[in-house]
Design a protein around this ligand. Structure first.
Ligand SMILES: Nc1ncnc2c1ncn2[C@@H]1O[C@H](COP(=O)(O)OP(=O)(O)OP(=O)(O)O)[C@@H](O)[C@H]1O
Ligand SMILES: [Mg+2]
Length: 328
């Protein structure tokens, strides 16, 4: 059954869409089956995946109004990456929904029949706490707060948290806060560091160690209609989103098992082999990261990046897929 995760904050321009698209892109590349849902009438996620949202014949609107079947609206962008697109027409639905019964459950009812077909359903929320965001949270198993280090997003957290508690008590008892991720960070500024400290204090177990730095390649990828892994897999943005997605995955049982498998496999290799593999893995990192690794070998984010590259190499030697089929 799919893990359904909403990427949310009701302040605009914090990186929700960028985070949804690149997480979906990364997870799909790792072999997970992913459905990305654009719940924002701005249609930014749809555009970021390369579609002209205004020219869509079918969109989420038609599912909300029960005018088209699911398969007709679904875009199969890649084998592992499916999309429910959206556009401005959705604003009309938003209005009529206020008057209808069970208006909070519409997205949940749309997703329930396909839940078993995906490993992850990622939902890009609009920048408000209106009925579409409520629908997203009601349909979700978890939600991820996406925060840029500014004053206004911080002010948005309290009302959002109250909304979460309301939804949890009345509409979706199993909803969980999955994590808090900081985007568009520049920790050379004192302010960004201060925001991180506040988040750390308020969400000690939920603030992600991975964070997303400012990186123009992320903007360019969006304008080309590609994920960062398609546009420039060696950019800082790709590095940061890879770290984020790996941290995001780590709490799920299958991902934990896979990680454990590679850790065991690696520790049973001869010292020389371990050394060679790590050297090779280092070469696959960007020059920037290689350089930083030399000076900050123990920085968790860098060490993690090296392990991720290492595991990619181990995967080629002894794929986990084969192991899980034959040895378990
Ligand atoms: N880490 C980053 N570095 C540089 N630019 C970024 C980064 N993350 C996002 N952007 C850019 O910032 C803008 C806002 O990002 P995004 O659309 O992801 O935010 P959002 O929270 O979805 O906004 P909205 O609330 O309007 O839906 C976009 O132009 C995006 O390309
Ligand atoms: Mg957006």
């Amino acid at each position: 059954m799919a893990n359904i995760v909403s990427f949310i904050i009701q302040k605009g321009g914090c990186g929700k869409t960028t985070t949804t698209v690149n997480s979906a892109g990364y997870l799909a590349r790792q072999g997970y089956k992913v459905l990305a849902v654009d719940m924002d009438p701005q249609g930014n996620m749809t555009q970021h995946f390369g579609y002209d949202s205004d020219a869509l014949e079918n969109s989420l609107v038609h599912l909300f109004l029960k005018k088209k079947p699911f398969d007709e609206v679904l875009i199969k962008r890649e084998e592992n990456l499916h999309i429910l697109p959206n556009n401005i027409e959705m604003t009309t639905v938003e209005y009529t929904l206020y008057k209808s019964m069970s208006r909070e459950y519409i997205l949940r009812d749309i997703l329930t029949p396909v839940m078993n077909e995906y490993d992850f359903i990622l939902i890009d929320c609009p920048p408000n706490l209106g009925i579409l965001s409520i629908n997203s949270l009601v349909a979700s198993t978890e939600f991820m707060l996406v925060v840029s280090p500014e004053f206004f997003p911080m002010r948005a957290i309290k009302p959002l948290y109250e909304t979460y508690l309301m939804i949890k008590s009345k509409l979706n008892h199993t909803l969980q806060l999955k994590g808090v991720v900081m985007t568009m960070c520049d920790f050379r500024t004192r302010h960004a560091q201060e925001v991180r400290n506040i988040l750390q204090k308020n969400f000690p177990h939920k603030l992600y160690q991975a964070f997303i730095r400012n990186n123009v390649a992320l903007k360019e990828a969006a304008s080309r209609g590609q994920s960062i892994f398609e546009f420039d897999p060696r950019s800082i943005g790709a590095f940061d989103y890879q770290n984020f997605a790996e941290e995001f995955l780590r709490e799920y049982e299958p991902a934990r098992k896979k990680r454990q498998y590679y850790d065991n496999f690696f520790s049973n290799l001869a010292n020389q082999e371990q050394h060679d593999i790590l050297q090779f893995a280092k070469k696959n990192l960007t020059a920037y990261i290689q350089h930083r690794l030399e000076w900050h070998e123990n920085a968790p984010v860098l060490r993690e990046a090296l392990i991720i590259e290492r595991n990619k190499i181990l995967e080629k030697i002894k794929p986990y897929r084969n192991y899980s089929i034959h040895d378990e």
